[in-house]
Design a protein around this ligand. Structure first.
Ligand code: MG
Length: 198
């Protein structure tokens, strides 16, 4: 059975709209992932890089649009009494902006301020698993990037990759692939059937 579903935010609940190339240009270095770059940098550079990131994220949150089917699937999950959580490398402030803008509510939220190690480390899922009081065996991690899948697998959770047409990820294999978030209903039903057949 699935007792909980953990959602990535950017690109999963919302359409991808954080311009990481522009952030990198403004920082003025080949940063790769900004959070990891900031961690490796001097305290001054860390503050500068994160403040640039936060400015872009804040703007992206204000302009955010939900992916098609998100409201419907969240309703289905609530009706089935499956707990839902949000797990993002984004800031708590941007998460609040996005949830408020679209009238969404999550009881369990892990942002980059909440855990020592962000995705792809499993730590944020372990934290959510404790808060939700659900063993990771019964959790599904849903995301649009390999870090979501790596994080879910390392934590022992089930994983579903939301795939965009132009995005073909081959480094890590998810348990499920979906091309629209509504397809989560098939995964939920798959586990319901498996449970009924026990
Ligand atoms: Mg994402």
């Amino acid at each position: 059975m699935l007792h909980g579903i953990i959602f990535d935010m950017d690109g999963t609940l919302t359409k991808p709209n954080v311009d990481f190339a522009a952030i990198e240009r403004e920082i003025g270095a080949k940063t790769g992932f900004i959070i990891e770059y900031a961690e490796k940098s001097s305290p001054e550079e860390r503050i500068r890089a994160l403040s640039i990131l936060e400015r872009y994220e804040a703007q992206a949150a204000i302009e955010s649009e939900l992916n098609e089917g998100v409201c419907e699937i969240l309703e289905v999950i609530d009706k089935k009494n499956i707990k839902k959580a949000l797990l993002t490398r984004n800031s708590r402030k941007s998460v609040k902006t996005v949830l408020h803008k679209h009238g969404l509510h999550f009881d369990f939220i892990a942002t980059r301020e909440d855990t020592i190690k962000p995705k792809p480390a499993p730590d944020p899922i372990f934290m959510l698993s404790k808060q939700m009081n659900i063993h990771t065996d019964y959790l599904l991690m849903v995301g649009d990037y390999k870090y979501d899948i790596m994080c879910g697998k390392a934590a022992g959770a089930k994983t579903a990759l939301l795939k965009y047409k132009e995005y073909i990820e081959t480094e890590v294999l998810p348990d499920f692939e979906i091309s629209n978030i509504r397809e989560l209903i098939h995964i939920i039903e798959h586990y319901e059937k498996a449970h009924q057949n026990l």
